[in-house]
Design a protein around this ligand. Sequence first.
Ligand code: NAD
Length: 272
Amino acid sequence: MAENGMNLRQAGISLDLSGKVALVTGSSSGLGMSIARYFAKAGAKVAVHYHSEKDQAEQLVREIISNGGVASAFGGDVSSLSDVESIFRQIDQKLGPVDVLVNNAGIDGKRALCGEDNPEDWQKVIAINLVGPYYCSREAVKRMKSRRSGVIINITSVHEFIPWAGYSAYGSAKAGLSMFTKTLAQELAEFGVRVVAIAPGAIKTPINRDVWSNPESLKDLLDKIAMPRLGEPEDIGKAAVFLASDLASYITGVTISVDGGMLIYPAFKHGG
Ligand code: NAD
């Protein structure tokens, strides 16, 4: 096995991100934290971004540094253009221009049917989950295009494909982010910049604690997944490090689903 691993490295096939500066938005918890850890393990200098969980972000930075990596924490609201511009300026000064951007920060919002909801809540989900990635990508593109290199990974959801009653803003934002991914990929391919999306299924993080901490709703959720388990944040970290690396050098403009088979309609296993 070790010999085969050596052969792969000699052939230039590796997940090495040494020297790359990677910004992961919302990496103070959940999927973003796992992605940041995998990037650091692959040798990237990681910009750990947080909104309100400064302590958790600083703890992650300490963990990465104590493991021999390079990381720094940056705070701000991705739905604020001035915050995003300031985050990128600070990263330029501290780590260098961003080579890899992961638009991960997001919320699912309050459950409410259309007409019974509050328009401000709807707009907040769009502002964080769709406008935020646009603001961050805009800053990243300015830095990547001129250097003719870069990768943008947008974290969408299986709800870019599957409607979810009571969460119309969430699904609309994620489907919009999918089209943004494809459009940006088309704009940037000639500049050596790849843009891809990861659509996670049900991954155990704080965002869905109310579902997996309740045995009844957990069973209902498991029935929707072909593989007999919830996803772990590491499942997304592994996919992200692959997509950021040269192993994925010819992949752009697509969504990779990491969902244990949620999109293959597991309920049909028992007859249609
Ligand atoms: P999480 O709640 O642990 O993480 C969300 C992160 O976004 C947090 O770090 C939070 O601080 C940050 N954030 C929220 N509002 C922000 C704002 N205004 N500005 C900047 N940052 C902000 O949840 P998670 O499960 O890790 O979610 C990460 C991403 O994955 C989200 O985009 C989510 O929609 C997506 N996703 C998660 C799942 C899942 O099952 N966990 C499934 C599909 C998609």
